[in-house]
Design a protein around this ligand. Structure first.
Ligand SMILES: [Ca+2]
Length: 312
């Protein structure tokens, strides 16, 4: 909250407007004080209440989030059994069961949408905090090593991320949201069911911030080798893991019959988190890998990105 612009400036303008009203009504129009004073008070109160709402709260933010377009059409969602066999290979630590929630693979249609090219940053979240004074300051804005403006915001709950999208929608009169699990997966892997955003090669230091390569997040967009070549999305693998809109159901990929714009279960104790983080190994960075957390947790590994819907 800005005391200057939401209290002091409206107060000064209110006083001046009230005095001007008093002077015009009494000296110019010749009205008696018993009529003029209540009018001046009403003008003063109206200014200090209405001015912050009209001039500030509904003002679209100074917004620089880069959005990329994801065209309408089908994509391969989930992992096929052949892919799972290939993933396991000769690794004795991996069994088919650990891939259970991401099989089976199916073709899914999505309407077109926009998604943020990068994770939402501390700078973006700071604009939101400035407007929404009841929101808690997240861990990444309080902690050295995480608090640069262009690092992703982390340490925010699913509810915080949803509140951010609702505020942005109100401010811009556009429809913003967290990505559904299907939107996130298509934006990460394109249409051909690849393993990682860039293809099937294993991640390295040019492609992703992962597996404690750094002791925290990096500025967004620092891993050009990890760019999705179809859409230009970056950091879909690693850096901050990302909240999705959907509730998590471990059987959803097996049981769902939705083949167009799936939304996941409406109820659930956990929300989907995708993409892996700076702490995770390559297993969690795969585009089809599914993770989940209770919606109220705030972890230093979880941030989010946003989608803008092209239809209301
Ligand atoms: Ca990420």
């Amino acid at each position: 909250m800005s005391v200057l612009r939401e209290i002091i400036i409206p107060f000064i303008i209110g006083i001046l407007s009230g005095l001007a009203t008093l002077w015009i009504a009494h000296r110019v129009m010749g009205l008696k004080y018993k009529f003029v004073v209540p009018i001046a008070i009403i003008v003063f109160l109206g200014i200090i209440v209405i001015l912050p709402i009209v001039c500030y709260n509904n003002k679209p933010p100074d917004w620089d989030v880069v959005l990329v377009s994801i065209p309408a059409g089908e994509f391969l969602m989930g992992s096929s059994l052949n892919q799972v066999k290939a993933f396991i290979g000769d690794n004795p630590n991996q069994t088919p069961q650990i891939f259970d929630d991401e099989t089976q693979q199916r073709e899914i249609y999505l309407d077109s949408f926009y998604i943020s090219k990068y994770e939402i940053t501390n700078a973006h979240y700071g604009i939101f905090l400035h407007a929404k004074t009841m929101q808690d300051t997240p861990m990444s804005l309080r902690t050295q090593g995480f608090n640069l403006p262009d690092q992703p915001v982390v340490g925010i709950s699913w509810y915080d991320a949803v509140a951010f999208c609702e505020w942005l929608s109100d401010s811009t009169k556009e429809k913003y949201s967290l990505p559904t699990e299907a939107q996130w997966e298509k934006a990460a892997r394109g249409t051909d069911g690849r393993k990682y955003p860039w293809g099937d090669d294993e991640p390295d230091t040019n492609k992703a911030n992962f597996q404690y390569q750094h002791q925290g997040t990096l500025l967004v967009g620092m891993k050009p080798g990890g760019t999705n070549p179809n859409y230009g999305t970056m950091d879909m693998a690693g850096n901050a893991a990302e909240w999705c809109l959907d509730s998590y159901d471990e059987n959803y990929y097996k049981t769902s019959r939705d083949t167009a714009n799936p939304r996941g279960p409406l109820q659930g104790e956990r929300k989907v988190v995708r993409g892996g983080s700076w702490r995770d190994n390559s297993f969690s960075l795969r585009c089809a890998a599914r993770n989940s957390f209770p919606p109220d947790v705030r972890r230093d590994i979880i941030g989010f990105r946003i989608v803008k819907l092209t239809h209301k």
